[in-house]
Design a protein around this ligand. Structure first.
Ligand code: ARG
Length: 502
């Protein structure tokens, strides 16, 4: 029996790992209308262009944290992808006669996404390297540049070359050429990796890193738009070619199509003459309005989602809780056992894991399930377990005499429960239920891990777009506090009313 239980646990816990590749962790991009890009890209074929045309969409993977290549900007409170590679992607889709879908994910997930067919191509400032050529095919190059260090302007005189970082900490984006360069060519520096360049820049400004190594254009873009930062050439040698689009191995016809687009773009000098200046303009106007408070719409949207998740989950949590409490108290052995298993299991596993399990596990079966539904299901299930225990304790806290008296007055079992037991139990457990409700509002922040745009998710978005680490967190803390404080006052009011009624 015990062995079987262990086996069951193992199966349950490893299930999401088995059904979802690493890329599944990529944040949901707001513009990815079709996420089911299921062209079986591993199959080497020359009909890759045909397939794209049939599908009607070109799904492009990028890590939109890399101005002027690709980054996000805010238009009427909405996030939009811009940058010269976004223009290139648009051009490529147009040449193919299909719709462009951008999937924004971490740089180190891009090649996995390509290999598993989640995206058709990667256009993300990616240099051609021998290592990468083993697993993907590249188009012709359309851009090139050295690697630059980005440092705090106050340290401008301290750091002049790669050598000056001996004994210091250098940040790089995970999976990039630069992270290999630091580990191979700067053995005396401590290399630190993060998924997003924007997070590295926040870290740099709070002196968690002494410098961040990245492509020249990006370092210069950051320095040009933030007077506290400074960029300079690392003079490190890179054993890499220029920047190109990446494709699944064998997608020869698609590579050829890309080369045609690239040739045209190069001939007309579109990148340097039009697209980079456009990108610079976006950065410029962006900088002006880039204060944390100008992002109030983001916070407002987050609060909306947090409230929706909380309210809906409380509702289902209460229903589930009542159900499982009654099952647990039931004389029926099977119902009792089911309820005990449910409660113990949900209380005994982290909510974060449950959320990811529901999202990736059930999501593998029902592919179109939106993250918010997964989040609500997970939070409701979790809350149900706690509410069940609260309700059980409330019912059990009543002396047996209550039931006996009611029954001897001629009330039916149901009537006794409805009119005698429940009202008294509810009064006793009210504070505990209130506690659960407040916990739920706070814990709903965990669903940000699956990309639900609730308050915590929005906070992280504001952090990475404003390069301010602390202020957005502070604002969010206050917002959560205001919500829970109002809630607890309301609950207290009802508690008083119930005492009166008694
Ligand atoms: N050029 C570097 C590389 O190929 C870094 C590219 C990072 N791109 C990005 N969109 N963050 O590894």
């Amino acid at each position: 029996m015990k062995g079987f239980k262990h086996f069951l646990m193992l199966v349950i816990l490893t299930f999401p790992l088995l059904c979802s590749p690493v890329t599944a962790f990529a944040a949901e991009s707001s513009s990815s209308s079709s996420s089911s890009a299921n062209n079986s890209s591993q199959v080497a074929s020359n009909d890759s262009v045909e397939k794209i045309k049939q599908k009607g969409t070109l799904v492009v993977g990028m890590s939109a944290d890399y101005p002027p290549y690709e980054f996000t900007t805010k238009k009427n409170g909405k996030t939009e992808y811009v940058g010269f590679e976004v223009d290139l992607a648009k051009q490529f889709a147009k040449d193919l006669g299909v719709k462009l879908v951008i999937k924004n994910m971490d740089f180190d997930s891009l090649l996995v996404a390509l290999e598993t067919g989640k995206v058709d191509t990667v256009i993300s400032g990616m240099n051609i390297t021998n290592e990468r050529k083993k697993s993907v095919d590249f188009s012709d190059t359309y851009y090139a540049g050295d690697s630059y260090f980005l440092v705090n302007k106050s340290d401008k005189d301290k750091y002049k070359s790669a050598k000056d970082f001996d004994g210091k900490t250098v940040g790089t984006q995970n999976g990039t050429l630069q992270s290999t360069m630091v580990s191979k060519q700067m053995p005396k520096a401590t290399g630190k990796g993060l998924a997003k360049i924007s997070s590295l820049v926040i870290g740099l400004q709070s002196h968690k890193y002494d410098g961040v190594l990245m492509d020249a254009a990006t370092a210069q873009a950051y320095a040009a738009n933030n007077s506290n930062l400074y960029a300079f050439n690392s003079k490190l040698s890179a054993t890499a070619g220029g920047i190109a689009m990446a494709f699944p191995k064998g997608d020869t016809s698609l590579v050829n199509a890309a080369n045609q687009t690239v040739a045209k773009v190069k001939k007309e000098k579109l990148i340097t003459k039009e697209w980079i200046p456009d990108a610079a303009q976006y950065m410029e106007s962006y900088k002006k309005q880039n204060t944390v408070l100008s992002y109030w719409q983001y916070f407002a949207k987050g609060v909306g989602y947090t409230l929706i998740i909380s309210v809906v989950s409380v509702f289902f949590g209460m229903i589930l809780g009542t159900l499982f409490a009654l099952m647990r108290l039931s004389k029926n052995k099977l119902l009792h056992a089911i309820s005990v298993c449910y409660i113990e299991f949900l209380r005994g596993t982290p909510m974060m894991v449950q959320i990811m399990f529901v999202y990736f596990g059930i999501g593998a079966i029902i592919q179109s399930m939106p993250a918010i539904i997964a989040g609500i299901i997970a939070v409701s299930l979790n809350s149900g377990a706690y509410v069940a225990e609260i309700i059980r304790s409330g019912i059990q806290s009543l002396p047996a005499g209550q039931t006996e008296a009611a029954r001897s007055l001629g009330m039916s079992k149901n009537e006794t429960f409805h009119y005698v037991i429940m009202p008294q139990a509810l009064k006793n457990i009210w504070p505990a239920l209130g506690n659960e409700l407040i916990t739920l509002v706070k814990d709903s922040s965990l669903v940000s891990v699956i990309g639900v745009t609730e308050l915590m998710y929005q906070t992280q978005l504001v952090q990475t777009t404003t390069y301010k680490g602390v202020l957005p967190l502070f604002i969010t803390m206050i917002i959560y506090f205001v919500i829970t404080f109002i809630l607890s006052r309301v609950l207290l009011y009802f508690e008083g009313r119930m005492k009166h009624a008694h």
